[in-house]
Design a protein around this ligand. Structure first.
Ligand code: SF4
Length: 784
């Protein structure tokens, strides 16, 4: 199976998504009686690998008695197709085990639009889609967790058991129940149904109130350690430390805010300890402090300053994914820009003061403006805003006000770009707005036209959500069991990856609803407060009465307060000037040593891009603690220069880099750096070179490759000796000039008279780099 998968990888986009091999990965051996769990994130690797919840469960399960946990992600369409064509099942990344061989498969339901992807993964795994079809036969137990499970009904025919709420404790209880009843599916489901926070559709059939599970505190031992470091770039490619979970603000539209209560805070000292250990173990260059509302973390400036003090020597940046815009002052900015200016996002949702009250999120516009002024003064890149439309009590004037406000921000920002995302309210279960309607698409379009008309500032870039996509998401979020037929139909009609606008298929959804006589528009309508709602049997710890009271309050608010932010123009501060950019310092030419390092790239990095390789080596340098010289300026970087990029799909016996170290360094880089390199990046040799020696990029003139041909390939090729190419004992040796326009695969295709698809299946190794000195070819380490 592994060989067959390897043969497919060169033919698909980003094969590195399917190879695993992350740093800090130690696949455990599978012994008899070990319970095998596979966690599946039904999205592509780059998105799924960014999910923090999955990392916690992965780490907990792998340290639990007689249990192993592996991972899988939804294959992109091209690889999914290849798997089907070759009749290969979806597999786990660690041991490349088919998913049907696991005992338990756990899906993360993080977005309603991803429901068809769960069926896509089950089908690729050769596992029947519906629970009923799996009752008899030796199939894995299919469980699901994640934010969407607070309304499990639309997916209930496909999932054996749902976890409602935090998963880190209950997942181990599920494993124990499985261990005891694995040979009797009926008893297994009955016993799972007795666990608190677990909904088993076949047993409960929504006749029992299911109380959500939550952990009382964020425990140090639950922090996923050592964190896995992916080889390729992922969406959130940084170390994540959860500084708090839950939010007590109670914005009326926010499902996460209501379903993740209570607020739990991780102490500063523990965060510092985890940050230090995890940076040493990963080499990450950025820490993201995860929380629902970072500004609510008590003593945030102290936390940032102590983290900065601790991590400054390692050039580690700190980012906050969720700021409300209040409490934004000079001190906070100074802490955030200490190492690197990471993007800042504000989510005021609306501008009108009345609507701010209606949604119970009252962030004063004046405070946001002050925050933006400060960011601009500090030359901050990447300021982003989120707004919502389709809110209760929203009038044309409120929508226009978003436009006025954006113009105002545009003016303050001068030429700096302000990015804005506008999405419609999706009234979600378990929020006060669960009773409200999803506004009609046509009206939403009209509102967007108004905003477009009003926004005149060229530096304000507004992005609008696809309303058809939001409409289907709203139907699924507010749905019941009947929708399962439509979800299955949509999946069978290839409506997968529906969170991606380019893959979204509105017509297929509408057809799927109609085919199953589902009046989908009825799910979008306003609900009466005394109406029974499909998700009422899920108890998230907030009484329905409270939600009703909040909703009625929102609808009854009449107060009109004029916005006075327009008085806050820069004119009130005639001396307002952005600070000038710092200039990067000149290189410390007399105070460093320059070393040339030769290293080998093995199978694990075969499909890594040049940038992936560079990132992995930077992280190894950070882990090693080598006294490396770094640049100054906005984003300090280690001074390391790499040789010609290695083509994707090729391994290498000899790659080179130059590294600049402090003048007093006299160590052995094979050990000092080599011991911290990821598997299959091996330091082979090094030597000190002159500080003013030509760069690798300028001096390399030729690259030598070796290709091992199998019998069928050997028979097919017709060698054309365009460049230096020699064939001996099934090994084709090729010497290519390193110059623009000479690309490996097209050139090999010309030399062998095979097409590029066939050439990509060659087993290719880069053997050496050459420069020319005194008319002789020389390797970079022979140069002096
Ligand atoms: S929108 Fe933010 S501040 Fe409001 S409840 Fe949700 S997480 Fe909390």
């Amino acid at each position: 199976m592994i060989k067959k998968i390897q043969n497919l990888l060169p033919l698909v986009t980003k094969p590195i998504r399917y190879t695993g091999g992350e740093f800090n990965l130690f696949p455990l051996p599978i012994k008899k009686n070990t319970i095998k769990v596979c966690l599946v994130f039904p999205e592509i690797y780059e998105i799924g690998m960014s999910n923090y919840g999955l990392k916690i469960l992965y780490s907990k399960l792998n340290s639990y008695k007689n249990t192993i946990c592996e991972r899988s992600y939804a294959p992109a369409l091209d690889f999914g197709k290849k798997l089907e064509e070759h009749n290969l099942p979806l597999f786990s990344l660690e041991n490349k085990l088919p998913l049907f061989k696991f005992d338990i498969i756990g899906f993360s339901l993080h977005s309603e639009l991803n429901y068809p992807n769960v069926l896509y993964c089950l089908s690729l795994s050769k596992i029947p889609l519906r629970t009923e079809e799996r009752i008899h036969g030796n199939y894995p137990l299919i469980i699901a967790g994640g934010p969407c499970c607070v309304n499990p009904l639309p997916m209930s025919p496909f999932i054996d058991a749902f976890v409602i709420g935090d998963g880190e404790e209950v997942i181990l209880e599920i494993v124990d129940v499985y261990r005891n009843f694995k040979n009797d599916k009926k008893k297994l489901l009955e016993n799972l149904a007795n666990l608190e926070g677990v909904y088993v559709p076949l047993i409960h059939n929504r006749n029992k109130i299911i109380r959500k599970r939550y952990v009382k505190e964020l425990k140090e031992e639950d922090f996923p350690f050592p964190p896995l470091v992916p080889i390729c770039n992922i969406v959130h490619d940084h170390l994540t430390i959860e500084i708090s979970r839950g939010c007590a603000r109670g914005c009326y539209f926010c499902q996460a805010g209501f379903t993740n209560r209570p607020l739990r805070i991780r102490p500063i000292e523990e965060i510092k300890k985890l940050a230090f250990r995890a940076i040493k173990a990963t080499g990450y260059e950025e820490i993201s402090l995860l929380s629902f509302s970072a500004g609510d973390y008590p003593h945030l400036p102290q936390l940032l300053s102590s983290l900065n003090e601790l991590l400054h020597p390692y050039l580690v940046a700190i980012s906050l994914p969720s700021l409300r815009g209040e409490d934004f002052d000079e001190e906070l900015i100074n802490q955030l820009k200490f190492i690197k200016r990471t993007g800042i996002t504000f989510a005021p949702e609306t501008v009108s003061y009345r609507l701010k009250k209606v949604i119970n999120k009252e962030i004063a516009n004046e405070k946001i403006i002050k925050a933006v002024e400060l960011l601009i003064k500090h030359n901050w890149p990447g300021i982003k805003f989120y707004f919502m439309i389709g809110l209760p009590q929203e009038k044309e004037e409120d929508v226009k006000e978003i436009g006025y406000f954006l113009n105002f921000l545009g003016k303050i920002a001068q030429r700096r770009e302000i990015r804005v995302s506008i999405s419609p309210l999706i009234p979600k279960p378990h929020t006060p707005f669960q009773f409200y309607q999803f506004e009609e698409k046509e009206i939403l379009q009209e509102k967007i036209k108004i905003i477009k008309r009003e926004v005149k500032s060229k530096n304000v870039k507004v992005k609008y959500e696809n309303f058809a996509q939001a409409e289907i998401q709203a139907v699924l979020a507010r749905g019941d069991e009947k929708l399962a037929w439509a979800i299955e139909n949509a999946y069978r009609q290839q409506a997968i990856f529906q969170d991606w606008t380019e893959h979204f298929k509105y017509n297929i959804w509408v057809e799927s609803f109609n085919k199953n006589q589902i009046d989908y528009l009825s799910y979008l309508k306003e609900k009466k407060v005394d109406e029974a709602l499909p998700w009422d049997f899920i108890d998230i710890g907030i009484p329905k009465n409270l939600l009703i009271q909040n909703y009625q309050k929102a609808l009854s608010l009449k107060e009109e307060k004029p916005n006075n932010y327009l008085s806050l123009t820069n004119k009130t501060n005639p001396n307002f000037q952005p600070l000038s950019f710092f200039k990067p310092a000149a290189p410390f030419s007399h105070y460093y040593k320059r070393f040339r390092v030769k290293f080998k790239v093995g199978e694990n990095f075969r499909f890594a891009s040049h940038l992936d390789l560079v990132r992995a080596i930077y992280r190894a340098i950070r882990r090693s603690g080598l006294p490396v010289i770094y640049s100054t300026g906005f984003s300090p970087r280690y001074l390391v220069a790499f040789g010609p990029p290695l083509p994707v799909g090729v391994i290498s016996e000899s790659e080179y880099l130059d590294i600049f170290l402090k003048i007093d360094y006299n160590g052995n880089l094979i050990k000092d750096l080599g011991d911290f390199m990821p598997k299959d990046l091996i330091i082979l040799d090094f030597k000190e070179i002159k500080n003013d020696a030509p760069t690798l990029g300028k001096s390399i003139k030729f690259l030598k490759y070796e290709i091992l041909l199998d019998e069928p390939q050997l028979k097919k090729i017709k060698l054309t000796n365009i460049y230096y190419a020699r064939l001996e004992n099934q090994i084709l040796e090729v010497l290519l000039p390193f110059e623009p326009g000479v690309k490996l695969f097209p050139t090999l295709s010309k030399i062998t008279n095979l097409n590029e698809e066939e050439v990509k299946l060659f087993s290719i190794k880069r053997i050496e780099h050459y420069l020319i000195k005194n008319d002789k070819l020389m390797t970079p380490l022979e140069d002096d």
